[in-house]
Write a protein that binds this ligand. Sequence first.
Ligand SMILES: [Zn+2]
Length: 293
Amino acid sequence: MITPFNPGLTDSRIDRADQIRIDEERLADVQYSLRARLLKLDDLDPEIGPDGALSWGSMADRPDGAELLFLGLDGETPCFAPLIEDAPPAGQRAYAVWRYLDIMPPEEAATYAAARSLIEWHRGHLFCSRCGTRSEVAKAGWGRKCPNCGADHFPRVDPVVIMLATFEDKALVGRQPRFPPDRYSALAGFVEPGESLEGAVARELFEEAGVRATSVRYLSSQPWPFPNTLMMACIAPVEDDALTLDKEEIEAAKWVTRQQVQDAFDGAVDAQFIAPPHFAIAHTLLRAWVDGK
Ligand SMILES: [Zn+2]
């Protein structure tokens, strides 16, 4: 692993094998190889075994009309995911996916996250954004090409900052109205065009909580497949602890101590809040702060 923080949904075993995506002959070789496997999905949700591992079928399981997305090589094994283009974008997440992510090993969840994000991107980008013609799957699933104007379109990733404001020996956690009861997490927001990571952290902290960052330190990142964000986790000491909340975004926020975060992790009976799930980078961020990293 490349980061000491081990966020969930990272470290997939799959080699993305970019050189195969653009080589039609090699792509056909891997696709028609007897070893090739197709990810089993229930629409966008994974099918998993009792150990939390993803389930794979043979290429004969390909649903009628499904395009193939080449995920890469797991050792010698070519791995694909099926794309049914005409299904609508998910919009609402099924609760089942949280239960699956809870028990999936991180490297399996990472493979699933890549497949899910890619499928959702295709479903939401069937038409050329230049000329409106229906585009076609290209680069073994890692792009679309417009047959009319020739434009290439590539899967997008939306950068999001997620940050823990700190003041003296406390950290700031908040909750959005859509969170389950008593769940608190780090604040987060999209990076806007023309903005640095640090600039986005400082702006979001001021907009959502009215606190001014004095510095910003990047810790680690995580792909989040709902639908396709790159979560970049930072810690930011702030000038003071007076809060002015943007109630549209943040329903409630509070300063918590390391012990209170540890109690939340432990599920203590008198815990002040419910911690983010272990696979979310907000959990990683809080863990790093509690451990003094
Ligand atoms: Zn076009």
